[in-house]
Design a protein around this ligand. Structure first.
Ligand code: GDP
Length: 298
């Protein structure tokens, strides 16, 4: 919990701090208060529709509970945010093997996330195999090897330039032969040629569906929280193009834009499953709505 709290410090100071001082400046709860609150939430990267929805919820609660003191909005806000963020946080890894396809544009922290996730699952006693599916960059394969070493799991790779779907096919075969629990697949993240990237992901998905028809499948999109609204746009684009089951939001430690979690979950209906709160191997946390809200408003 302290890690999340530390990670959310910037968001808490910038966004929640402002909300608290705004609430203090009011002597009663009225429309003007909600207007100012909505504005601050939008500035905090929550997104307009979600900010509106939060204020509607708050108005209902204020009426129902007969609340008069503006400072009590802080508590109601925490409750509302926690409720909005709840649901769908856990990965479905119920089959052996299960497969996690990790997608996202370069630089968002995809490789690091795969390494941290591999470590997290290995520590739970799961046998993990990594698939070096970003064959576009030699450096991506090398980096993933380093993470495989650190997290003590096997990596399946081919040379730079080879077919990513073939690498993933190999990883699935290896997982079946060695009774691995989870296959985590890296994918390329070059955004400048979007169509080929989406075609590549479609081909990978076809291989996975063919080779593992009954397996639990997760498609995790990695997003960089520091990019704010841009991250929300990426989530929208990827979910339209290829379908995703969840988000990993990285670099929450370096940003005041923690509000994007709400924009993604409430605004787009995609659950956040993990958050990255630092560069080290242990700096990945399963997303917990209640803890997140608590840390945000602490
Ligand atoms: P990729 O291109 O998407 O594979 O990105 P990398 O995994 O290479 O990460 C890009 C940079 O972001 C690296 O310097 C990472 O250490 C850093 N990074 C990744 N996740 C986090 C995080 O949660 N917090 C912070 N502060 N840095 C991160």
């Amino acid at each position: 919990f302290n890690k999340i709290k530390e990670g959310l410090k910037k968001t808490r100071d910038a966004v929640i701090g402002q909300i608290d001082s705004m609430l203090k400046s009011f002597t009663k709860i009225d429309d003007e208060l909600f207007e100012e609150l909505e504005e601050l939430l939008v500035m905090g990267d929550v997104g307009v529709p979600t900010a509106e929805k939060i204020c509607e919820e708050l108005k209902k609660k204020v009426k129902k509970e007969g609340i008069k003191n503006p400072n009590e909005i802080h508590r109601l806000l925490e409750e509302t945010v926690s409720d909005m963020l709840r649901g769908g946080e856990e990965l479905d890894l119920s089959t052996t093997p299960s497969i996690i396809l990790v997608i996202g544009v370069n630089g968002v922290g995809k490789t690091t996330t795969i390494g941290k996730l591999a470590n997290h699952l290995t520590k739970q006693g799961k046998k993990v195999i990594l698939a070096a599916g970003d064959t576009f960059r030699a450096a991506a394969i090398e980096q993933l090897e380093i993470w495989a070493d650190r997290s003590h799991c096997e990596i399946i790779k081919q040379n730079e330039g080879s077919d990513p779907a073939a690498v993933i096919y190999d990883a699935i075969s290896a997982a079946k032969a060695r009774h691995a629990d989870v296959i985590i697949c890296d994918t390329a993240g070059r955004l400048h040629n979007k169509k080929p990237l989406m075609d590549e992901l479609a081909k990978i998905n076809r291989i996975i569906d063919r080779e593992l028809p009954d397996a639990s499948k997760e498609k995790l999109l990695v997003l960089d929280a520091t990019t704010g609204q841009n991250a929300v746009n990426q989530a929208e684009q990827f979910s339209l193009a290829t379908g995703i089951t969840g988000i990993v939001l990285t670099k929450l430690d370096g940003t005041a834009k923690g509000g994007v979690v709400l924009a993604i979950k409430e605004g787009l209906g995609i659950p956040v499953k993990y958050i990255g709160v630092g560069e080290q191997i242990d700096d990945l946390q399963p997303f917990d709505a209640e803890d997140f809200a608590k840390a945000l408003f602490a």
